[in-house]
Design a protein around this ligand. Structure first.
Ligand code: 5GP
Length: 199
């Protein structure tokens, strides 16, 4: 039987809109309490797109928002290329790096090394998802949204081959089915919400 005929396992909701809102509000409160004099938020594109836009609105202090766009040479290699660097010198600033998910920790290790060399006053990490069962490199996470098991997650900024980022919830999906057909979940995830999938 070819992989094309495989019926993907139905997605499971990991966190719906309400759960995400409650978690982002909590994170905003935690960050604001520690940074009363302001901070620089460094969002890692593209996965943190939706998370950071909600997170900055939940802060009760005023942040400067900066973006870092990266691409990986290959999964789990830890080799990362900076496609778009910060517009700001963060020397002497309090920086919170915002990630969508920390998995092996290799990407984060690279980014912390890179930003650490710029001598910020402080450097903390806020991640929406922590897949700590897969960790290779220890990751100092100051703020964590949800801890997740070893599952593949889509939605609320997280993609597969550029798809599913705009889902307003976090779902788990079958990575094997997605590799065989990146659109495997479009019908289930978009039609059930009365919306059209990408493309
Ligand atoms: P790490 O270097 O920690 O292994 O990888 C982190 C990156 O891998 C994330 O920023 C994300 O792009 C990708 N990643 C890891 N796990 C998942 C997942 O469950 N879903 C999606 N969509 N991306 C993931």
């Amino acid at each position: 039987m070819g992989t094309e005929s495989r019926v993907p396992r139905p997605p499971e909701v990991l966190a719906d809109r309400q759960a995400i809102e409650a978690t982002v509000t909590r994170l905003g409160r935690e960050i604001s309490a520690r940074h009363r004099d302001g901070l620089v938020i460094v969002a890692v594109l593209k996965g943190s797109l939706l998370f950071v836009s909600d997170l900055v609105r939940s802060l009760t202090v005023q942040p400067v928002v900066e973006f870092l766009a990266i691409s990986r040479y290959e999964p789990d290699s830890g080799r990362v290329r900076i496609l778009k660097d910060l517009d700001l010198d963060v020397t002497g600033r309090d920086v919170v790096l915002v990630e969508d998910i920390v998995d092996t920790g290799l990407t984060l290790g690279f980014l912390l090394g890179e930003l650490g060399r710029r001598s910020p006053a402080s450097l903390e990490v806020c991640t929406l998802l922590d897949k700590r069962v897969r960790r290779i490199l220890p990751a100092p996470l100051a703020y964590v949204g949800f801890e997740v098991p070893d599952v593949f997650v889509l939605g609320y900024g997280l993609d597969f081959a550029g798809r599913y980022r705009n889902l307003d919830m976090l779902v788990t999906a079958d990575a094997v089915a997605l590799t065989a057909d990146p659109d495997a979940y479009v019908d289930q995830l978009y039609r059930s919400h009365g919306a059209r999938g990408p493309g």
